[in-house]
Design a protein around this ligand. Structure first.
Ligand code: NDP
Length: 365
């Protein structure tokens, strides 16, 4: 069998090439430039801006266009990133993107409750969609998005940047290889103190919920990739100290528990009222892994029973976009999936957590 290393040695390529995705190496050995994913960003806010900056360092993804409701931002971005006028759209003109052969995919970084309508419009226009988390505000919406993209023959990926982070992947590989023994407990703490009470994150119509939608979803997702299985039940409890700031349907703090087929359990906290909460802990019969911070922009700090992990920090969104280009263009299979079905699994759990809060019952999944 030709391993990647063997192939590169035969092709006379250096060890440097080992850090480049396999398909890129083949393309380079054949003297071809690897294909680049041409991306437009929809919603030029704080996160869209972060992704745009990170993409400057990508080898396989390039920012080529925007979709925005704010003409002054379009003008700034055109100038800053050298975008052509034909690749800039408003939400009203976005259906015209179907005639644009210079855009392969659109990265949706608008408020949560708009993800569904934006994804459906882009699928209809025949563009691959990368959609931010949470993929939607309910599993029902998420399912519609998955179905629409499937029907249109386009890929739907969710912006789970941690799925490509080196320390995270190392721990996932160790867990799958049995280095921690039988992993029977996960703890996830996800929270920060949210500021401006007038922001969309505290407006149910745009956010779909509160801290759970925004930050608690990291603990849900982290429990799944670190334990390597999906929960079969949840229980949850809500507390609210400020019902003015956190109105009806906007959760401030939820503690929740998940049970898994192996017998493992997860105990998690999601909150908009405490800082210094970005921690994962995984406990097994032979060892443990601890990450703090575990999902922030990094550097991620991780250790196991054998000592600290030393993977160097790379801007998460740079790695994510290069890897997503390989998924979309080359059919690469990531170790932890990032497709619409993966986002939908998290949305089903979010739905169940809200139901558990409301009913006080243990909810089966
Ligand atoms: P921002 O408010 O900073 O930006 C959202 C942008 O969406 C706005 O600037 C605006 O851009 C556009 N928009 C369209 N309609 C509306 C509307 N009705 N109200 C407000 N904005 C609107 O939000 P973020 O960038 O922080 O978050 C965007 C998404 O990214 C969310 O889903 C969030 O969960 C996710 N996110 C993910 C992170 C991660 O690490 N993966 C981190 C942070 C956020 P324009 O003026 O161009 O139309």
């Amino acid at each position: 069998m030709t391993t990647r290393r063997h192939f590169l040695q035969q092709a006379g390529l250096t060890t440097l090439a080992l850090s480049i995705p396999f398909s890129d190496s083949i393309a380079q050995a054949l003297g071809k430039e690897p294909k680049v994913l041409r991306v437009a960003i929809m919603g030029l806010g704080s996160y869209g801006s972060r992704v745009a900056e990170a993409m400057k360092d990508c080898g396989r993804a390039k920012l080529v266009g925007v979709i925005s409701g704010t003409p002054s931002k379009i003008a700034q971005w055109k100038e800053k990133y050298g975008l052509s006028a034909q690749n800039c759209y408003s939400y009203e003109t976005v259906d015209q993107i179907k005639n644009n052969k210079d855009i392969d995919a659109v990265y949706v970084t608008t408020p949560n409750a708009l993800h569904k309508e934006h994804t459906l419009a882009l699928a209809k226009a025949g563009k691959h969609v990368i959609c931010e988390k949470p993929m939607a505000t309910t599993a029902k919406e998420g399912k519609e998005m998955v179905d629409a993209c499937k029907a249109a023959g386009v890929q739907l990926l969710i912006g789970y940047r941690m799925h490509f982070e080196a320390n995270t992947l190392d721990i996932v590989k160790k867990q799958r290889a049995g280095e921690f023994g039988k992993t029977l407990f996960f703890q996830g703490l996800s929270g920060f103190v949210i500021g401006d009470p007038s922001q969309w994150r505290l407006n149910k119509a745009l956010s779909g919920g509160g801290a759970m939608m925004d930050i608690g979803i990291y603990s849900i997702n982290g429990a799944r990739y670190l334990l390597g299985e999906d929960p079969i039940w949840v229980t949850a409890q809500e507390t609210k100290t400020d019902p003015i700031k956190f109105g009806e349907g906007v959760d401030e703090t939820i503690t929740f528990q998940m049970g898994f087929p192996s017998g493992a359990t997860a105990s998690c906290l999601s909150t908009y009222s405490l800082n210094y909460l970005d921690k994962f802990f995984l406990s097994g019969t032979k060892g443990f892994a601890e990450m703090q911070p575990s999902t922030g922009y990094g550097p991620i700090k991780a250790k196991t029973h054998s000592g600290p992990l030393e993977h160097s920090h790379v801007t998460h969104q740079t790695t994510q976009m290069d890897e997503m280009a390989a998924i979309i263009l080359d059919g690469k299979q990531p170790l932890i999936p990032v497709n619409g079905e993966e986002g939908l699994k998290d949305m089903r759990i979010v739905d169940a957590i809200y139901k558990a809060v409301k009913t006080g019952q243990k909810i089966s999944l």
